[in-house]
Ligand binder design. Structure first.
Ligand SMILES: CC(C)(COP(=O)(O)OP(=O)(O)OC[C@H]1O[C@@H](n2cnc3c(N)ncnc32)[C@H](O)[C@@H]1OP(=O)(O)O)[C@@H](O)C(=O)NCCC(=O)NCCS
Length: 225
């Protein structure tokens, strides 16, 4: 994959649990610690995947041409409370998959009229800290644990339209992958719609919430507070 590859994240459902299990089980102990806040054993990882509520939450993934999940974002939402959990396989990091998943999740949340999202950032998680700062998230520190929060702009006609286009495109690519091994090359060849065709989020217009808000949604398998 070249660094110019545009990654399209497709929405997953109940039928993808097996692929999700494989994805999370591939993460080593250190990555599980960064992703979940603790080094979950295999059994706990399986419980986490089995516990994902696809009716309430949403999961988007970037897959290879064999439909293996390279990276996934779990968007846990309860009302106005949203949390993201991101993971990319170590072999394919640094190519933009984490960025693509983050941007896709933010657009979904904007279109769901959610106004704030948070991501757990352990202090040693340099890559996630970089992403959080890049997207203008505000970092809250609690001991060695950090939580990054982003207040989201309202949805626009553009974000609704773009999401619709990206979903159609991801679905088309998925159909290609189902039927052939040409999916990934088609993905690279097709013009992809950028996640923010109207430009990245203008962080100067965003307001930050300073108060320690009560939160309940969880993308880490933790029980809600
Ligand atoms: C965090 C994670 C999802 C990033 O995935 P990725 O596919 O490598 O992300 P991308 O390639 O899109 O970009 C990562 C960005 O972080 C930067 N980065 C990567 N490693 C870094 C490091 N050690 N220090 C600082 N920046 C780093 C990259 O240069 C890139 O910067 P850019 O967007 O300005 O170009 C991935 O590292 C991961 O799965 N980690 C384990 C689980 C985890 O930590 N999840 C987050 C908490 S829920």
């Amino acid at each position: 994959m070249s660094t110019n590859t545009v990654f399209l994240a497709a929405q997953l459902g109940d039928i993808h649990r097996i692929s999700l299990r494989e994805h999370f089980l591939t993460l080593d102990a250190a990555d599980r610690h960064l992703r979940f806040g603790s080094s979950l054993n295999d059994s706990a990882v399986l419980n986490y995947v089995d516990g994902i509520d696809f009716e309430r939450d949403e999961v988007y993934a970037v897959t290879d041409d064999a439909q293996a999940i390279l990276g996934a974002v779990h968007i846990a939402v309860i009302g106005q409370d949203a949390e993201l959990g991101l993971s990319v396989l170590s072999a394919v990091r640094g190519q933009g998959i984490g960025n693509a998943l983050f941007e896709r999740a933010v657009m979904r949340l904007r279109n769901r009229c959610v106004r704030e999202v948070r991501v757990r950032c352990l202090h040693q998680n340099a890559a996630m800290m970089h992403l959080a700062q890049k997207y203008g998230m505000k970092i809250h520190q609690e001991g060695t644990d950090r939580e990054a929060r982003l207040e989201l702009p309202a949805a626009t006609t553009g974000t609704y339209m773009l999401e619709w286009l990206q979903d159609r495109q991801a679905s088309y690519i998925g159909n290609l992958q189902d039927g052939s091994r040409f999916g990934q090359s088609m993905l690279a060849a097709l013009p992809a719609f950028p996640v923010f065709p109207i430009g990245p989020v203008d962080h100067s217009n965003l307001k930050w919430r300073n108060e320690n808000t009560q939160t309940t949604a969880t993308a880490t398998g933790r029980r809600p507070d």
